[in-house]
Design a protein around this ligand. Sequence first.
Ligand SMILES: O=CC(=O)O
Length: 377
Amino acid sequence: MGSEESQKPKILLLGTIEHAHEAWRQIEAIAEVVKPVSTDRTSFLEECASGAFSSCLLAYRTFDSTSLTGPLDQTLISSLPPSIKYIIHVGAGYDAISIPACSARGIRVSNTPSAVDEATADCALFLLLGAMRNFNAGMTALRSGEWRGGSKEEVEKGEKKTVMPVLGRDPRGKTLGILGMGGIGKCLARKVAGAFGMRVKYLNRKRDVEGEGELRDSGVEVEWVGGTSESSDDEGKEGGNGFEEGLKRLLQESDVLSLNLPLNPQTRHIISHNEFALMKRGIVIINTARGAVMDESALVDALESGQVHSVGLDVYENEPEIHPGLLANPNVMLVPHMGTWTVETETKMEEWAISNVRMAIEEGRLRSIVPEQRGMQ
Ligand SMILES: O=CC(=O)O
């Protein structure tokens, strides 16, 4: 074994393989897997400094491995051995990884786009319906014995009064605004148009003419609200007027707003006090992207004032902490970051990431390099 083992490239495993065991076994046949022994960021950084991972070609990391390493920020990236050329992330959102720090060291990063689309869009659909129909308020009243006043005896004795949530609203005919029309947004557009008969408007930094065509081919019309020009080159550029103008329109014209954009320095708190003020009074908001794209305390204020009627959230600004103002509000439907939490999707994500590992080892490139690094491929 000795010499054969030593010829295999080494790969660093951050997190565990939960589902795609067969695909991982095939990786073990071509690579030597190194696992950290540390249990927190401080000891992980010490382990990096000790040379324990020297000569590792890549790091495969799960979303949960952040609890070991902390964010893959400048400090952590510069602590990795220079042999590391790839970071293979299992997940669509890679905001825990500093792409500029990786690029500066020549480290290429991949994620698992499209594998997450259906399950995350399903989760958004659940939250959308739940928030529009006030299901959380109803379920909470039921569990606390307040549904139609609790038990017959209590009502007869006058000990309980009838508590029913306010009437919900039907999605049919309403406008869903999608901020960030990527794979998940398109999947959601198809589902809400088909199942609920909603109208869909969207905004991206740049108009997705091809995506609009694909949706049209499946019978779904979506309207881009970015800027006033038809040209995708002139309008919607980062920080440009087209985008600002489009965002204003999206906020003013949506009955329901779904956040489907990645978290990065440009999108952090893209929805805050000023944006809530532009929305239709009583809007419903769904967030399955990342908590910090919305200013959580501004959201709590907007809910309390009634500017926002209800929200459906899968993600939070400081996970796993949840703002107490959200927990206390029955118009807030909360799930604990479960967008991709299905056997099929988690398996697909691991298999996708493992295919990146294989490609990095065998071909020196990645199947799905993150968009910011496309020029490095
Ligand atoms: O949140 C889930 C993901 O980014 O894949």
